[in-house]
Write a new protein. Structure first.
Length: 260
């Protein structure tokens, strides 16, 4: 009887491990449609592919095939790499993401574990725009503007939201990319930042009996903005997930009534 129970526990443990590996290496694209009453109507809609916390993973060709032709641009939300990941792998991932469209990057804490000057030079060589307390503005034929802002790593207090805001067009629809979701603590109503895209937490990565130090990735309406926290694409420490499957995001923004 005891051996039977032990056997069942062993088989159950193996099945759980397989399931956790599967969740860690999913190629899920979560699709979101967000409407804003002040979104510039002349843009029609804007679609963003957001991927965060790649770490040691190789971006799957399945992801590229799913997204190609659907997104206007790509945002990498930090932790593209970490210590021990080869630059050839990083370049390969960036080359794949460039097939989707123009790529924008914000620094994460693990990106500073590698030779970040070499990484910065790699971005320059590949034509990838780094948003390190800066902004880029898109303008429609009718003169409406969307500003994409990005801040540097909050964990090392490199973030300067004030600099990014100064670089953005004042009367534009503002989107902010930050590896750390805690940047929302610094957002004031007068900043008019409509959407924040972030990662870092991995959605808790492993939830034991439903519990983890971090909540699962989600979209949350805050007092001064809307926040998206991604579970992320890769993992840290162990290549396992439970209750917070790997994900990327295809986010469509358009004019319409704000949804609660």
């Amino acid at each position: 009887m005891i051996w039977g129970i032990i056997g069942l526990m062993f088989v159950g443990g193996i099945l759980l491990l397989i399931y956790m590996i599967r969740e860690a290496f999913l190629n899920k694209v979560a699709e979101h449609e967000l409407t804003f009453p002040d979104f510039p109507d002349s843009f029609g809609k804007v679609t963003i592919f957001f991927i965060s916390d790649i770490h040691r993973r190789v971006v799957s060709d399945l992801i590229i095939q799913k997204i190609k032709g659907k997104a206007d641009f790509v945002i990498i939300g930090g932790d593209l790499t970490e210590k021990g990941v080869s630059f050839s792998q990083v370049k390969g991932n960036l080359a794949k993401l460039k097939q989707i469209g123009p790529v924008y990057f914000v620094w994460g804490n693990n990106d500073y574990e590698v030779d970040f000057r070499k990484l910065d030079a790699t971005f320059l060589d590949l034509g990838i725009k780094v948003l390190d307390n800066t902004a880029v503005t898109f303008e429609s034929a009718k003169g409406d503007k969307i500003s994409l802002l990005g801040v540097d790593d909050c964990g090392q207090e490199r973030d300067r939201l004030d600099f990014a805001l100064m670089d953005a067009e004042e009367n534009s629809f503002k989107i902010l990319a930050s590896h750390f979701p805690e940047i929302t603590d610094k957002i004031l109503p007068e900043h008019n930042i409509r959407l924040v895209l972030s990662g870092h937490t991995h959605g808790g990565q492993i939830h034991i009996l439903g519990y983890s130090p971090f909540e699962k990735g989600r979209i949350q309406k805050l007092e001064n903005t809307i926040l998206l926290i991604s579970n992320g694409y890769g993992t840290t420490t162990v290549p396992l997930r439970l209750g917070a499957p790997a994900e990327t995001h295809l986010i469509t923004l358009k004019r319409g009534p704000r949804r609660s």
